[in-house]
Design a protein around this ligand. Structure first.
Ligand SMILES: [Zn+2]
Length: 81
């Protein structure tokens, strides 16, 4: 009887670990999706302002020294870490 309980415990642990790894895998897949450069519904490239962090269409970008900004004001203010 003791051995049967042990086996049930082992099976339960294995099933729990398999479920956990599936959940973690799904989470990392979702995180990977978020890392893909943002594109709006129309396939328009979106950039992130280096000053305020807002996303805006690439064609409206203010560029300076490798940084992109949403507006001339933020370009003058510069990048924030
Ligand atoms: Zn900005």
């Amino acid at each position: 009887m003791g051995k049967l309980l042990l086996w049930i415990g082992v099976v339960a642990v294995v099933v729990a670990m398999m479920k956990l790894s599936t959940i973690l895998q799904r989470k990392s897949e979702r995180a990977a999706d978020r890392r893909v450069p943002g594109r709006s519904g129309k396939g328009e490239l979106m950039l992130r302002c280096d000053h305020c962090g807002v996303h805006f269409p690439a064609e409206e970008a203010e560029r300076d020294a490798g940084h992109v900004y949403c507006s001339p004001e933020h370009r003058r203010a510069g990048a924030r870490p």
